[in-house]
Ligand binder design. Structure first.
Ligand SMILES: [Zn+2]
Length: 501
């Protein structure tokens, strides 16, 4: 996070007001003719369909040609596939990827601004027409949503405990201003008292959830994270406080999303009957060295399934960091499409390697580190454990969700939109059927967010956020990169017009 006041000044009150509301309808009518529908509720694609869109919503889906109303824009769908637009239900729109925290440096501020202008376009470039931001910078989320072409934008309000994750990464002097909806945890009062001058009555679970609800958020995000890896000294919320948060969110009709990726922490979340786990389970605590999926992890995943708790695997979190070791990463031609040219040039510089140095030290032995990460039998194979868990959960019949957690860290290995696709590709590489991946990115996410009325399938009345593809996404995962047009609230946009170059 980078706190440049110059940038914040550009996110005006008007933007804040529209925040949480869908973008204005384009108003134009659109007729898509002779197209093949690929939608998650259909057992197979339906050829030669005709779709009429009016005022940003689907009005008719028909087997028969539709007489074109006057002034309608027509799009020939012959040989093409029409899908619902994708929802990435775990993004962080506030972070200009790869730039150092709290820089206050004019060069960085300029790069940051270019990043924020391109960011919504990069999501659209990869067919992401809805996003859920799970952090706590409403001003920046509002800036994103206010761009001329941006996905429909929703957010959770973050409610960390005093000094807890993710505040541990923010300077102590400002952390409780940045995450102002923090919760006071009486059980931690001795080591983590209320910040000076703050009123405890404003930081009870009920007061915080109330503020978040009033701010227009659709969910509350809490973190059950006592430290990465084997670390366990960050303060977390007690079971009693968690119960109160749970009750308060139910009362206000918000869903409760939880950051947790370790077995002990995810168990607490499941016991509290939360709605959504924002990460897959890749820290199996003392069971890390076991092969396959240990019984305890399997039992936990059965509980997740049984209680119908949403589970985002976020497979890209760890590769997003290890990708920094790949010296060819920035030569990937797709980077030119999603990263503004000056920022991409900066990624090549020495100062841009700050996070890589922080994680791996000054002279990392990239080859052996990458090999260890990819070795399924290594205790360091965090990513591998996350994959095994997802595969297992899929076999238990869990409806999968799509959430890329872009960026999960200040790593330029995660990029908006591109990482959403990479998340889907990792699922496909695991042997998850393409139909389950389609459902994850469309109807399952829509249901999880309580937005089935608006999104998730190609049906009358839904928001006309659609993708016209040159290939069938049920035949190849790469079809999701073969986007002819992104249709945003009925407005067809040529993919290349969204590219950063
Ligand atoms: Zn996240």
């Amino acid at each position: 996070m980078n706190y440049s006041t110059a940038f914040l000044a550009t996110a005006s009150a008007a933007f804040l007001q529209m925040f949480g509301l869908p973008a204005t309808a384009a108003g134009e009518s659109l007729l898509i003719e002779n197209v093949t529908l690929v939608s998650p509720e259909l057992p197979q694609p339906l050829g030669n369909r005709h779709v009429l869109v009016r005022e940003g919503r689907i009005e008719t889906v028909s087997e028969r040609p539709i007489a074109a109303p006057s002034g309608v824009r027509r799009l020939d769908g012959s040989g093409k596939f029409l899908t619902p637009g994708l929802t990435d239900a775990h993004v962080h729109l506030s972070d200009a990827i790869g730039l150092p925290f709290a820089s206050g440096n004019p060069e960085f501020e300029a790069l940051e601004k270019e990043y924020f202008v391109q960011q919504p376009r990069s999501y659209l470039y990869f067919g992401v027409t809805q996003v859920l931001d799970t952090a706590n910078r409403p001003d920046r989320v509002a800036f994103f949503a206010s761009q001329p072409r941006a996905p429909d934008t929703y957010r959770c309000g973050a409610a960390p405990v005093v000094d807890g994750y993710p505040l541990v990464f923010v300077d102590k002097a400002i952390r409780h201003q940045v995450f102002s909806d923090y919760i006071f945890e009486p059980a931690n009062a001795r080591e983590h008292p209320m910040p000076d001058g703050a009123n405890p009555a404003e930081h009870t679970p009920e007061a915080v959830v109330e503020r978040i609800a009033t701010s227009g958020a659709i969910c509350v995000k809490i973190s059950l994270e006592d430290g990465f890896g084997e670390q366990n000294d960050w303060p977390v919320m007690s079971a009693e406080t968690l119960r109160r948060v749970r009750d308060a969110t139910k009362k206000r009709g918000l869903f409760l999303a939880v950051h947790a990726n370790a077995l002990d922490m995810q168990r607490r979340a499941v016991e509290a009957d939360v709605d959504l786990l924002l990460h897959g389970i890749w820290n199996w605590n003392e069971l890390n060295e076991q092969q396959g999926v240990p019984h305890a992890v399997s039992d936990h995943l059965r509980n997740v399934r049984h209680r119908k708790i949403g589970y985002q695997a976020t497979l890209r979190v760890l590769p997003g960091v290890t990708d920094l070791l790949d010296t060819t990463l920035l030569d990937d031609p797709v980077y030119r499409k999603v990263v503004p040219p000056r920022l991409l040039a900066w990624y090549h510089t020495e100062p841009a390697q700050w996070f890589k140095r922080l994680v791996y030290g000054p002279n990392p032995d990239a080859a052996s580190m990458l090999a260890a990460d990819r070795d399924a039998n290594s205790r360091w194979a965090t990513s591998e454990r996350g994959k095994r868990a997802l595969r297992h959960l899929y076999e238990l019949g869990q409806p999968l969700l799509l959430g890329s957690d872009t960026p999960s860290a200040p790593t330029y290995g995660n990029q908006p939109g591109y990482d959403t696709f990479k998340e889907m590709k990792m699922m496909a590489d695991l042997g998850i059927p393409l139909s389950a991946i389609l459902a994850a990115g469309t109807i399952n996410n829509a249901r999880q967010l309580g937005m089935e009325k608006d999104y998730g399938t190609i049906a009358k009345g839904k928001v006309a956020n659609l993708l016209l593809l040159d290939a069938n996404p049920l035949s190849s995962i790469d079809a999701w990169t073969r986007i002819d047009r992104v249709i945003l609230r009925g407005e067809p946009i040529e993919r290349e017009s969204l590219a950063a170059d």
